[in-house]
Design a protein around this ligand. Structure first.
Ligand SMILES: Cc1cc2nc3c(=O)[nH]c(=O)nc-3n(C[C@H](O)[C@H](O)[C@H](O)COP(=O)(O)OP(=O)(O)OC[C@H]3O[C@@H](n4cnc5c(N)ncnc54)[C@H](O)[C@@H]3O)c2cc1C
Length: 399
């Protein structure tokens, strides 16, 4: 990319995670090279480490991107639900998910975007954005110690959780900030843990207030052990200490190779996600499932839904029409997953009221069932029957 002042684009996508990369491919595919599109990131999207447990639903991902064996670490056929007393209920399904190698997946997405004609620059940090007098956006970019500026009609903010580039910009006040119910998650890559490579294991109870712990297989030898905790849970110790305590107690033979952490925006708001030609997608728009905390497929789906709306905005030449299109962006997301995320977010606090005793009782009840009979509905019902007060509290949530 040349460093002349004000190189101009129709769309600049900031952030090359799954949301930004899908947006780049989708815009180019639908617009058949009619527009000049740039995707930039401060680092190559395939650069390790990627702070993620990398679990996705195979069905939902394959509806949005063709699955390739070479970027799958592991196909999953079961989930163990483990109570504080360490009783396990097993949910079995031939296809209950995949563990990705996100670095390889991102590389394929980035290569696809580039081969379709999207300009890429994975060495550029966006420092800030401001509106210009002609109604376009100016981005200040730092690339290899040089600072320069770009001009564009549309910015797609795919920079992940938190308002990294829109903060303090007067024209964007009131927009979703990618911080709805921001929770911290931490995990360790470890060796020496006996596990079934086809199962993930989820841990519940007061050790993981407002969230859950996990064991996700990686490649047969290594596993990913971690947890996410609710935002409102008071913490006695640092996340790192809590993680080490969890590993020591549950997997004393584990050898920790590395520890990573990050933030997850686990809520759903109704704040605008598009304003004045500035669109937010993926985690930057708080699209994560509030209960499972999965955000990969959600980010890709969100980009898929927003791409035609971005193109409609570009082909429209009246400001009134543009404002109407921007309002429709949030409506489109709410109709697809946003409304159900809102309900899940409202019901989230209720789950953190389940006591260890109630989890133990539910899991014991389920562990007596045969594997084939343990459906997700039965798990849900078992938890409800162990916690009768929940049924009343959940009435609006399950309506
Ligand atoms: C510990 C942890 C475990 C998780 N596990 C799972 C899981 O198992 N399954 C699941 O579905 N989800 C999981 N998630 C959530 C998932 O990682 C996110 O929802 C998903 O990555 C969102 O994709 P995105 O493209 O919106 O943002 P991101 O993947 O965060 O991508 C944002 C990109 O923007 C770039 N960027 C940021 N700021 C700038 C800037 N100023 N200039 C230029 N570039 C910038 C970053 O380098 C990054 O590449 C986990 C999250 C965490 C923190």
């Amino acid at each position: 990319m040349s460093k002349t002042k004000f190189q101009e684009y129709d769309v600049v996508i900031c952030g090359a995670g799954p949301a930004g990369l899908k947006m780049a491919c989708e815009l180019q595919k639908r617009a058949a090279e009619a527009y000049k599109i740039l995707i930039l990131d401060k680092k190559p999207p395939w650069q390790e480490p990627i702070f993620c447990a990398e679990a996705v639903s195979a069905d939902r991902l394959s509806a949005l991107w063709p699955i390739q064996e070479y970027w799958i670490r592991q196909r999953l056929s079961g989930i163990y639900f483990t109570s504080p007393s360490r009783d396990r209920a097993e949910f079995y399904s031939k296809d209950c998910g995949l563990i990705l190698n996100r670095a390889l997946f991102h590389k394929e997405m980035a290569d696809t975007a580039s081969s379709m004609g999207v300009e890429t620059n994975f060495n550029s940090l966006c420092l800030n954005v401001e509106s210009s007098s002609d109604g376009r956006w100016i981005l200040k970019i730092k690339c290899l110690d040089e600072v320069f500026e770009l001009k564009t009609k549309i910015i797609v903010d795919a920079t992940g959780p938190g308002a990294k580039i829109s903060k303090g910009v007067p024209e964007l006040a009131g927009m979703e900030a990618g911080d709805a119910d921001l929770e911290s998650a931490i995990f360790a890559v470890v060796e020496g843990v006996e596990h079934s490579p086809e199962h993930i294991e989820l841990f519940f109870g007061s050790k993981f207030p407002g969230g859950y712990g996990w064991l996700f297989p990686r490649d047969g030898k290594e596993v990913n052990l971690g947890f996410v905790l609710g935002r409102h849970q008071g913490k006695k110790d640092s996340s790192r200490k809590q993680l080490m305590d969890f590993i020591e107690e549950y997997f004393p033979a584990a050898k920790v190779k590395a520890i990573y952490g990050g933030m997850i925006a686990c809520g759903q708001s109704k704040k605008p996600i598009a304003k004045n030609g500035f669109f937010k997608i993926g985690d930057a728009a708080s699209c994560v499932n509030p209960i499972s905390r999965s955000g990969i497929v959600e980010a890709i789906l969100n980009a898929d839904i927003m791409a035609p709306i971005v193109l409609e905005w570009l082909s429209s030449n009246s400001p009134e029409k543009c404002r109407e299109i921007e309002r429709r962006a949030l409506d489109a997301w709410m109709k697809s997953l946003g409304e159900s995320h809102l309900q899940l977010a409202n019901g989230k606090g209720i789950f953190s009221q389940i006591s260890d005793k109630q989890f133990n009782r539910a899991t014991k009840r389920l562990s007596r069932l045969s594997r084939e009979k343990t459906t997700l509905l039965r798990i849900f019902i078992a938890v409800l029957f162990s916690t009768p007060s929940l049924i009343w509290k959940l009435r609006s949530f399950i309506r």
